[in-house]
Design a protein around this ligand. Structure first.
Ligand SMILES: [Zn+2]
Length: 99
């Protein structure tokens, strides 16, 4: 093995949403959290129900809500910008006519 080019190798703990945890070797130094593991995945358990604390659908909906809020904030910003521009234009016309 060539020295000085390989990342450090750690033993980390992976904890699942179902409560199961196990150790793995990894170059990632911090402990990990996963949503599904071999202990609770339907393929391995043979059961259809899945222990899912924060599922993909929940995450998707949260992202959608965040995006909607962002869109509305942008709309408000754009409207205030337009209002300011119209105000400035009106002031310019006023100044021009008073000359
Ligand atoms: Zn699990």
């Amino acid at each position: 093995m060539k020295t000085g080019i390989h990342p450090a190798y750690h033993q980390i703990t992976v904890s699942c949403a179902c409560g199961h945890s196990f150790t793995v070797g990894s170059t990632h130094a911090e402990d990990m959290r996963v949503e599904v593991c071999a202990n609770c995945h339907p393929l391995y358990t043979g059961k259809a129900n899945l222990v899912d604390t924060a599922g993909r659908l929940d995450k998707f909906n949260a992202r959608q809500q965040k995006a909607q809020a962002h869109k509305e904030a942008a709309k408000v910003r754009l409207e205030s910008k337009k209002a300011k521009a119209a105000e400035a234009e009106a002031a310019a016309k006023q100044a021009e006519t008073s000359k």
